[in-house]
Design a protein around this ligand. Structure first.
Ligand SMILES: [Zn+2]
Length: 319
């Protein structure tokens, strides 16, 4: 049992709480911190976004701690984001793996790529205004979960472009770096956007924030999603279905409408790979999403927003 464990701040990533524990513990190595908290040095790549062995962690908390696994998972990991687009059974498996000391791959169960391909993230991100506010209120800053969520490039609270910190997201080996003014320098690593792009990024960040803060919204699976796409594409005349296996999809027209709707700058920032071959990329996401073992959640959210008009309406109406 550990003698203390920091209380998580609002929307603080569990990784960040552990990093603050590491700093205060005086441990010389990250490995020692892992042994204190989890009883073994973990090497798993998902620890920044989806921690595991939470059963052990919570049971190891100081006497009197009211912290629960459920609260940590729902409010301090990216589980609510990654549960999106998973069926109830798939989401249950991911949560179960987070609670246990697992050997099987959590990333595989959550259908996440081992590299952060969903967007261009390479570093932990921070909002300069959140940093200032945290320091005033708490005397220190921390890694906010929403700012590390794929697709979020603008702080949904302050409408400010997020900055890259100096802490790499790559999870090679063990690391617990608490956010600080040293690794979150102001005035460098900043990105500026055109006003129109900033507004679109803000709306998208708010939609993602809504998803992350909603309780799990039951999802009927990727084959169901493909059928939904087919239905919207047909209604909007991008797709013509002749028989069960015979159809024509006007990928060129779809890609140009999609690019015009979001704008090149927005899409380049959100997904630099898409912009290189938009027709192929979008066709795969729309019509082959159920054969891909990985789920490109950010792209599906963009597609839903484009085709349906509202991410909230889509998820709320299919509960
Ligand atoms: Zn902020």
């Amino acid at each position: 049992m550990v003698s203390f464990f920091p209380t998580p701040y609002p929307d603080e990533l569990l990784y960040s709480v552990i990093a603050r524990y590491h700093t205060r513990s005086g441990n010389r190595s990250f490995r020692q911190t892992d042994i204190d908290l989890f009883n073994y040095p973990s090497q798993q790549a998902a620890k920044v976004i989806l921690s595991n062995n939470l059963d052990y962690l919570v049971n190891n908390f100081p006497i009197g701690s009211k912290q629960t696994k459920e609260n940590l998972i729902q409010n301090h990991t990216l589980y609510p984001f990654y549960a999106t687009f998973l069926t109830a059974t798939e989401a249950w498996v991911v949560k179960d793996l987070m609670i246990k000391k697992v050997n099987s791959s959590l990333l595989q169960a959550a259908r996440i790529a081992h590299t952060h391909t969903e967007d261009s993230r390479k570093f932990f991100r921070f909002c300069p205004l959140c940093l200032e506010k945290d320091t005033q209120i708490y005397g220190e800053t921390y890694w906010h979960r929403i700012n590390q969520t794929p697709g979020v490039l603008v702080c949904p609270i302050h409408a400010t472009a997020l900055h890259d910190s100096l802490v790499s997201l790559d999870a090679i080996g063990i690391h617990y770096h608490a956010a600080s003014s040293e690794n979150c320098p102001l005035g460098s690593n900043s990105t500026t956007y055109l006003d129109e792009t900033l507004q679109k990024l803000l709306m998208f960040a708010k939609d993602i924030e809504w998803l992350v803060n909603s309780c799990y919204l039951p999802f009927q699976g990727m084959a169901w999603l493909r059928k939904q796409y087919q239905s919207y594409l047909t209604r909007q005349s991008f797709l013509k279905i002749y028989s069960k296996n015979k159809f024509t999809f006007n990928s060129h027209s779809f890609a140009s409408h999609f690019l015009e709707f979001y704008g090149t700058e927005f899409l380049e920032k959100i997904n630099p790979i898409l912009i290189k071959k938009p027709e192929t990329y979008l066709t795969n996401c729309l019509l082959a999403c159920d054969v891909n073992p990985l789920i490109d959640r950010v792209m599906h959210l963009l597609l839903i927003n484009f085709l349906v008009g509202s991410i909230k309406d889509f998820f709320s109406s299919n509960v």
